[in-house]
Ligand binder design. Structure first.
Ligand code: NAG
Ligand code: NAG
Ligand code: NAG
Ligand code: NAG
Ligand code: NAG
Ligand code: NAG
Ligand code: NAG
Ligand code: NAG
Ligand code: NAG
Ligand code: NAG
Ligand code: NAG
Ligand code: NAG
Length: 703
């Protein structure tokens, strides 16, 4: 396990080893194993990039490497061996290698718990940026349990220790980066395995908490015993569980039924968001009385439709004539869909004469680790930037690294198979100038929102782009397509998406901006927001709103202000209208968005509030998106408005004057002037309201 060589080579593979070929799609109980179709294990075609890693600290040995799916970096765990070969010294040394081969060396001033290192039971799980979890077995009241501590590797602090389950359990992170992790216990005698879902570390406290729990139940079959079980990860972010059952021969029967299934393999799925797993489905059974049936690993398949497991059948064939027996080991790939339906059963021919070979499933984004010639080689995926890491995506428009026009109306993904929209999201982020800051969400919605459309060929998906999305010039953006954003049309199987920072796009620097004056925008709060506004110190409310606008648009806070003006909306009396000013750009040298452009961005953000970051902020989420942002004033408009108000006022005055003279010659001028002022005041409010409710046919005039 320990590798004494401190020169470690990291090799990037450009393509994937694939050993798939078509075969019979049958769930066969009496398959002639030696005659079933075979496919050869093709050569791995590579265009290698190697990184040489040298450990600077003498005596440190490689213990483990894990990948960070978030950004495809590699965490390398180095240890000092102890005199006791079962133990290691309790110091923590981690090296984080990024995609370019750059290494961050982290030598912690922190000792691992003794249970983790002596005997060595520790395992490591990268969680999110800054956080890893180290798991270990610990005795608690005489019972062995699996525990995990969360470590902030950026400042070497430990957060909390959590109980994960019994000692032999399986712990793994979801395939989907922002989902949590699971712990599944080894099944008990009744075939019941407890599962617990945990959150990822909280952004501010780093704490990991249990979110849900439940049980997996093995199929309840008389005369079969559970011999083994296995866990794997689902495309949609959920978890799969596999059971291997064997016929119990102790239950005696005089006649041997030729159709008796000696071995049965079932799968059950705990889908993302589900509260309980599916009823186990049968994916393989055989009438052969094998020595053993083992399943090494299961994974998402190469073409990303369903799952593939490597199954090993150990069978002893007796030739009665020759009075000879021979044991043979056959490898199969067992492919099934997330419905539990078997898709393919292919034999994999063994390229070596060795019966104890180690097969690893490779898929885009995955890693293959093999022991070759006593050295350890790590095969990473290509990072040439031309690959979507998703085998079902053929092209996109715009392509990776393209410069986009900010007024682009849609982006397009072309798949290699016909697709349908599903429930997961497609999102666009703007990268922050400061790499330590999180990316800014520009728009997000799921496939089933009816905003996206599938082209008539059924291969292309059109994703609409809001005017506010690529609004920042000279900036980097990326499109994140979650797994299960689309499903395959033929089989309803969730397909893999495009991970973080792969589909990168950028905008050009602003060349010239037409000057525009300050503008004032009027927006409406929803009922909840109106209530909160009334209960909150108004200036605090305005200030927070401005801060959130500045973050979300994004624009310097100085460009936004408010007169503090507000009023009830006459057309919807429980709702409140607020006014905000967008100032003209001050600095002539810096090219900035003009106030008109900022207004348009804000208007789009409000209109599309539920799909933009406005809905995730405390204050801007209180905006009523059913009422558009209205421009109430710029100098020109205001001037025109004043003319209208005065004209209207004057006409009314004249009419009143004439009426007054006709009806009552004793009418006093003062009354007329009072009326004029009331009307003028009203006219201002009326203008305020009229602009707001352009489409309201009737306007009630308050008396
Ligand atoms: C199994 O395959 C072998 C080799 O192809 C063949 O000789 C044999 O007849 C087959 N047996 C059955 C039962 O199909
Ligand atoms: C490591 O921790 C110990 C005990 O907390 C402290 O005395 C020592 O100064 C620390 N060393 C470094 C390099 O931070
Ligand atoms: C790490 O950061 C957290 C939060 O900023 C702080 O509470 C803690 O004291 C820091 N720990 C160390 C060792 O610097
Ligand atoms: C983790 O470390 C980073 C970097 O020092 C710090 O910003 C963050 O607050 C820390 N988090 C916690 C929960 O300690
Ligand atoms: C069958 O395989 C499993 C898993 O590798 C192993 O635990 C078990 O001991 C094997 N059984 C026999 C009878 O060899
Ligand atoms: C196959 O099964 C036989 C009999 O149980 C066992 O001796 C042998 O080690 C097994 N081979 C492998 C590769 O598991
Ligand atoms: C088969 O061979 C074994 C020893 O190799 C022998 O003991 C046995 O009697 C033989 N059986 C038959 C039917 O020839
Ligand atoms: C397998 O064994 C045969 C005979 O012993 C030999 O000719 C052949 O080269 C071997 N194949 C490999 C891949 O080692
Ligand atoms: C999609 O995004 C919305 C809003 O950000 C979020 O609430 C939802 O959980 C996401 N859906 C999935 C499947 O991740
Ligand atoms: C696309 O899918 C729809 C619905 O399944 C089908 O009716 C239509 O014929 C398909 N179009 C093409 C070009 O295959
Ligand atoms: C564009 O951004 C880059 C990097 O942030 C910066 O160096 C450059 O000056 C910017 N160009 C313009 C025209 O703002
Ligand atoms: C509202 O908050 C501002 C600033 O925080 C403060 O100056 C003002 O007195 C507060 N008004 C009320 C009515 O509490």
């Amino acid at each position: 396990m320990f590798n004494s060589k401190m020169l470690i080579t990291f090799v990037c593979l450009l393509s994937i080893c694939c050993f798939f070929a078509s075969s019979q799609n049958v769930l066969s109980s009496s398959q002639n194993i030696s005659s079933s179709q075979t496919t050869s294990l093709q050569d791995i075609s590579t265009q290698d990039i190697s990184f040489i890693y040298k450990e600077p600290i003498n005596g440190l040995k490689l213990y483990n490497t894990v990948t960070f799916t978030l950004d495809n970096s590699l965490m390398i765990w180095m240890i000092f061996e102890d005199e006791d070969p079962a133990c290691i010294l309790p110091y923590l040394h981690l090296r984080l290698m990024d995609k370019t081969g750059k290494i961050k060396y982290m030598d912690f001033n922190y000792t691992l718990p003794v249970e983790a290192v002596c005997p060595l039971t520790a395992d490591i799980f990268p969680l999110t940026k800054n956080y890893i979890m180290i798991t270990y077995i610990k005795l608690n009241n005489g019972v062995e349990g699996k525990y995990g501590i969360i470590i902030n590797y950026s400042n070497e602090s430990t957060i909390n220790e959590i109980y994960l389950g019994n000692a032999n359990g399986f712990v793994e992170r979801s395939i989907v980066p922002n989902k949590g992790l699971i712990s599944i216990e080894k099944p008990d005698k009744e075939g019941i395995a407890t599962w617990r879902l945990f959150s990822l570390p909280d952004i501010t406290t780093g704490e990991v908490v249990e979110r849900k729990n439940g049980e997996f139940h093995a199929p309840n079959l008389l005369s079969y015993t559970l011999v083994d079980s296995l866990n794997f990860l689902l495309t949609d972010g959920g978890f799969g569980f596999m059971y291997i059952l064997k016929y119990d021969e102790t239950k005696e029967s005089s006649v041997i039924d030729p159709n008796l299934q000696y071995w049965r393999v079932y799968v059950s799925f705990l889908r993302e968001g589900a509260d309980s797993p599916t009823i186990p489905s049968l994916v393989y059974q055989t009438t052969k009385k094998l020595n053993n049936l083992t399943i090494k690993s299961c994974s998402v398949t190469y073409n990303a439709e369903g799952y593939v497991c490597i199954m090993t059948l150990n069978n002893t064939i007796t030739n009665i004539k020759k009075n000879k027996s021979q044991t043979e080991i056959n490898y199969y790939q067992l492919r099934f869909l997330s419905t539990g339906a078997l898709e393919q059963l292919n034999r994999i021919s063994n390229p070596t004469n060795n019966t104890d070979i180690d097969l690893e499933i490779l898929y885009y984004g995955g890693f293959l680790v093999e022991n070759i010639y006593d050295a350890m080689d790590f095969y990473l995926l290509d990072d040439s930037g031309t690959d979507y890491y998703s085998p079902v995506i053929e092209t996109t428009n715009p392509a990776i690294n393209e410069v986009v026009d900010p007024s682009i109306k849609e982006i397009i993904i072309k798949y290699t198979i016909p697709v349908k929209l599903s429930t997961a999201n497609v999102s666009i982020f703007q990268q922050s100038d400061d790499p330590s800051k999180p990316a800014l969400l520009r728009q997000t919605f799921s496939g089933d929102y009816k905003l996206c459309t599938v082209g008539s060929d059924n291969y292309t998906v059109h994703i609409p782009i809001f005017e506010s999305t690529f609004s920042q010039s000279n900036s980097s953006y990326y499109v994140l397509v979650d797994n299960n954003f689309v499903i395959s049309q033929e089989r309803d199987e969730p397909l893999m998406g495009i991970g973080n920072k792969i589909w990168m796009l950028s905008t050009e620097p602003l060349k010239m901006v037409r000057y525009s004056d300050s503008v004032t925008g009027l927006l409406r709060l929803n009922e909840e927001g109106s209530l909160k506004f009334l209960q909150t110190n108004h200036s605090v409310f305005f200030k927070n709103m401005i801060r959130e606008f500045s973050k979300t648009i994004p624009v310097a806070e100085q460009r936004l202000s408010t007169s503090g003006r507000w009023q009830y909306d006459p057309t919807s009396p429980k709702k409140i209208l607020l006014s905000f000013n967008i100032k003209e750009a001050k600095d002539d040298h810096a090219i900035e968005l003009n106030s008109q452009m900022i207004f348009e961005i804000l208007r789009t953000l409000i209109k599309q509030k539920r799909f933009t970051a406005l809905s995730s902020n405390e204050y801007t989420s209180l905006i009523d998106e059913s009422a558009p942002l209205i421009m109430t004033r710029n100098y020109f408009e205001e001037f025109r408005l004043l003319i209208i108000i005065f004209t209207v006022g004057l006409i009314v005055l004249i009419i009143l004057y004439i009426l007054a003279r006709r009806k009552n010659s004793e009418a006093k001028n003062s009354v007329i002037f009072e009326t004029y002022f009331i009307i003028q005041d009203f006219a201002v409010d009326l203008a305020f309201v009229l602009l707001k409710v352009k489409n309201t046919p009737h306007l009630k005039i308050p008396t």
